[in-house]
Design a protein around this ligand. Sequence first.
Ligand SMILES: NC(=O)c1ccc[n+]([C@@H]2O[C@H](COP(=O)([O-])OP(=O)(O)OC[C@H]3O[C@@H](n4cnc5c(N)ncnc54)[C@H](O)[C@@H]3O)[C@@H](O)[C@H]2O)c1
Ligand SMILES: O=P(O)(O)OC[C@H]1O[C@H](O[C@H]2[C@H](O)[C@@H](O)[C@@H](O)O[C@@H]2CO)[C@H](O)[C@@H](O)[C@@H]1O
Ligand SMILES: [Mn+2]
Length: 455
Amino acid sequence: MFKPPFILSIAGGGSTYTPGIVKSLMVRLADFPLAEIRLYDIDGERQSVIAPVVEKVIRDHSQSIKFTVTTDPEVAFSGAHFVFAQMRVGQYKMREQDEKIPLRHGVVGQETCGPGGLAYGLRTILPMVELCDFVERYAHQKAWIVNYSNPAAIVAEGVRRLRPKARVLNICDMPVAAMRNMGAILGVDRHKLEVDYFGLNHFGWFTRVLVDGEDRLPELRRHIAKFGLLTEDAAQTDPQHSDPSWVKTWRHIKPIMDHFPEFLPNPYLQYYLMPNDIVEHQNPDYTRANEVMDGREKKLFAAADEYKKTGILPDAFHVGVHGAFIVDVACSLAFDLRQRHLVIVENKGAIANLPYDAMVEVPAYITSEGPEPVRMGAVPLFHQTLLMQQLASEQLLVEATIEGSYEKALQAFTLNRTVPTMQHAKAILDDMIEANRDYWPQLQQAWKDGEAVKA
Ligand SMILES: NC(=O)c1ccc[n+]([C@@H]2O[C@H](COP(=O)([O-])OP(=O)(O)OC[C@H]3O[C@@H](n4cnc5c(N)ncnc54)[C@H](O)[C@@H]3O)[C@@H](O)[C@H]2O)c1
Ligand SMILES: O=P(O)(O)OC[C@H]1O[C@H](O[C@H]2[C@H](O)[C@@H](O)[C@@H](O)O[C@@H]2CO)[C@H](O)[C@@H](O)[C@@H]1O
Ligand SMILES: [Mn+2]
């Protein structure tokens, strides 16, 4: 273990989430003392817009923390103790493609689920491995990367396969956000909840929701039967969640639990269990990427502009569970707190009837040497089967990336539950390859070679 104050680098410094995460760090300085914060991004221009906002957030709390903004990995990571990763490879421009291409074929268009998530995975695995290599080369030898970069399930599997020794902990704020809503429904602070949960990232179920040792899932079922997991104050707890797409997402917990009341699903299961409904109600010309560009991104950029002109920073970003959770996890890693959090870990028997080496999402005790997963036992056949199919799709995608294999990519797309036929899979994949020509040259070559062989 290393001693505070820490050097923290944020990879994807130009992210819309950076000011919120830094604000969360500032209010927790007593728990997680910092000597320096560094922003690192490959898009220096974008990062330079966000950086003054971040600096203002820091200076409102501390004059002594050093602040560095760079596009040079050596400057970014030399001697760093922690790296928070939140890279969106291809930025919103490519997210829009991930969402719109499948929709053109009548298939779910989503950032991390279905073909969109697979395409995003193909773009992100190698940059994430590159980040691991930068950290290994320059950072403290015991440095931890805490990774939010999506699609987290695929990124986690890619890193496990290519850099098994890297000290990376992959996390997602979705279960925590669900716990925030559960807490609001039960009238209990989310930190008082102890949950059992099993699955893959964006593909799992809560099986118990304990408050002081009592399972409150029955009470939650009664609320969900009327309103889904939507809470009255959703818009106050997280302004993003007053966006129509999020309101609908929380409501969709109801139809899923109407059919399968035993466990409480991760909201992302809506894309796999009711894909037709999702596609029917989605505008193919205006997806979540557009909502974010016209909402979160625009608001933050406008605030940065106003701050530059007036020296006054408007209220333009939100800390919420997203910022709070990554700091909680970092504290537990830094000080061996052994706190119990839901994270993405190598299974090692935690879910007895899933492969030992699958990257699963379960509760784990977070120690300074990493997560110790909690045993969730064997899961029912229905859930095991859904999980195995999703896992296979994601693992094939990772293999496709590593081998540059068109056939494996096609298998990954075909196996995904959101994709009805192999013909849909091929049509979407071929459009994706074209749209991603700057990112997947090897796959494009394999595809061209295949076409050449057929001709
Ligand atoms: N795991 C979770 O639950 C969770 C929650 C929220 C956001 N996220 C993820 O956080 C990331 C940021 O989201 P956002 O909406 O703020 O995106 P954003 O586009 O605003 O920011 C991402 C930044 O990453 C940068 N980037 C891209 N490739 C990079 C590379 N190779 N090295 C360094 N920087 C790189 C981009 O230039 C951009 O500035 C996304 O991956 C998103 O999916 C994950
Ligand atoms: O569509 P976006 O970019 O707004 O969000 C996509 C992300 O959604 C989840 O994160 C939510 C989180 O659940 C919520 O509590 C709050 O903090 O907002 C986040 C973003 O809206 C999901 O877990 C992420 O993986 C997605 O990237
Ligand atoms: Mn997530």
